[in-house]
Design a binder for this molecule. Structure first.
Ligand SMILES: Cc1cc2nc3c(=O)[nH]c(=O)nc-3n(C[C@H](O)[C@H](O)[C@H](O)COP(=O)(O)OP(=O)(O)OC[C@H]3O[C@@H](n4cnc5c(N)ncnc54)[C@H](O)[C@@H]3O)c2cc1C
Length: 442
């Protein structure tokens, strides 16, 4: 298990020495397994309610998806709204969506209240279409405003292309309450806050075996055993074979991020919007400007866990295809991150047996949703709050091993192929369209 965090984010935060490894047996009220956002938020919510908490992390805090992501914090889940409504109905979907907005506010409060160094929040998220679908964009905005109580603006193609110099983009939804951050700085800041509150965090400490049946649960690591009344499995894609049922319930999906060389004025001309940007494809591009006039650009999903050869070149080509002004821009840093997805693309949050809690499968939308998981689990343990049951329809669904993974990869390729064909048609239609009066030719 790697213990470092090898991303561009890591160079922007002060280096921290590795925390001590667990080297003796100990007792506590709650043992949280995993030092990503799900574990950190849960530990924080429990500690704030007076619980004695121990966190064990196989690598370093933030060395999983939590310290390697794009840092977009906005409402919603990995599963889009249509799927959510189809699955649980409108009223239930509204409650889940409201929780997802609470998650955004929890992150905002921690970022602003905690004065965590290096998080650098920047407001706004544009979700852009790569097809000309003005009516659908308005319909979606109306639904979000009326049924889901969410502030959102429609930006027309002209406005979008005024701030994003790309021929691929049409209308966008702008979420003014969303923001972006350096996620690793937040993970480090939360961990330090936890330690100030008396939570013990052990790094380089992997849970190897667990007996979760009795009133007092036992978690074994290489250096010592933890006995706890409550255990929270917050291990993203769990290492090893400690909880086969949980491991089989998630599929590891990787995505890639690159950071360009400093691009100076060229960048500010191509990407004038300072907030987060993502396109509406299922596995589309996501990007934002970052320190030193660089572009952070993410793309792709795959069930392969290795970093593909030539990743920097591939990302540089995708940046050039998206922004003609940035053709030739070099990608200096690139990395992969692995997220845990459930087959239903919703988080798995809840009690799986008495005293054993699961906070997993946040997919590509984990910053707000892991914060809610922590809050729901802690309030369930300490106040018998039952809101976690809103996630009961999204339990641990077994994924069919390697064959299941091949199925997921095949359906991703199929979606990409469909997206490309539809975009080509959209671009051709737009090239043959007569510009409206007063509309600049783009
Ligand atoms: C490249 C990328 C970009 C993304 N962009 C965004 C974004 O912009 N916005 C957004 O909302 N979401 C984004 N996500 C998703 C988000 O990062 C994740 O959903 C979220 O971080 C998941 O948090 P987690 O705590 O569940 O998992 P992790 O961060 O992976 O943490 C799990 C931890 O458990 C540890 N662990 C595993 N097994 C054991 C064990 N046996 N014993 C002890 N510890 C163990 C691991 O080492 C790991 O540190 C992105 C993800 C990736 C990869």
């Amino acid at each position: 298990m790697a213990v470092g965090v090898d991303t561009f984010h890591a160079g922007l935060v002060a280096p921290r020495p590795l925390r001590r490894k667990l080297a003796q047996d100990l007792d506590c009220e709650a043992c949280v397994i995993g030092g990503g956002f799900a574990g950190l938020w849960t530990a924080r919510a429990l500690a704030r309610r007076g619980f004695e908490v121990v966190v064990i992390e196989a690598g370093r805090v933030g060395s999983g998806a939590s310290g390697r992501n794009a840092g977009f914090v906005g409402p919603g889940y990995a599963e889009p709204l249509d799927g959510l409504i189809a699955r649980v109905g409108l009223d239930h979907a509204r409650e889940l969506w409201a929780l997802s907005r609470d998650g955004v506010e929890l992150v905002r409060a921690a970022v602003h209240g905690g004065r965590i160094a290096g998080v650098e929040p920047v407001g706004g998220h544009l979700v852009v279409r790569r097809k000309d679908e003005e009516r659908a964009t308005h319909r979606e905005a109306d639904r979000l405003r009326r049924q889901f109580d969410t502030p959102v603006d429609v930006w027309r193609t002209r406005e979008v292309r005024g701030v994003l110099h790309s021929p691929h983009y049409f209308q966008a939804l702008h979420f003014p309450e969303a923001f972006h951050i350096n996620p690793l700085a937040l993970a480090f800041g939360l961990a330090e806050e936890l330690e100030r509150a008396g939570v013990r965090i052990f790094e380089d400490t992997e849970a190897l075996r667990a007996d979760l049946n009795g009133v007092r649960k036992h978690v074994a690591t290489g250096g010592g055993r933890i006995r706890a009344k409550h255990v929270v499995l917050a291990s993203g894609v769990p290492s090893g074979r400690v909880w086969p049922a949980v491991t089989r319930g998630v599929i590891p999906v990787s995505t890639f991020i690159g950071v360009t060389e400093p691009l100076g004025e060229k960048l500010y001309a191509a990407v004038q919007f300072p907030g987060a940007v993502s396109d509406m494809r299922r596995a589309g591009h996501y990007f934002r400007r970052i320190a030193g006039a660089r572009l952070l650009f993410g793309s792709g999903i795959t069930t392969r866990r290795s970093v593909p050869g030539g990743l920097t070149g591939t990302l540089a080509r995708e940046i050039g295809d998206t922004f003609p002004d940035l053709v030739g821009a070099k990608v200096e840093h690139a990395w992969a991150g692995t997220m845990a997805y459930a087959v239903h693309r919703m988080p798995q949050i809840g009690q799986i047996k008495p005293g054993v809690w699961l906070a997993a499968a946040f997919g590509g939308h984990g910053l707000n949703t892991s914060a809610i998981a922590g809050e729901l689990i802690a309030s369930a343990i300490t106040e018998s709050d039952e809101r976690w049951k809103l996630f009961a329809p999204f339990g641990v669904v077994r994924i069919g091993g390697p064959l299941g993974r091949i199925g997921v990869q095949a359906s991703y390729w199929h979606m990409r192929f469909k997206d490309r064909m539809e975009e080509r048609r959209a671009r051709n239609a737009s090239a043959h369209r007569t510009p409206m009066r007063g509309e600049p030719a783009t």
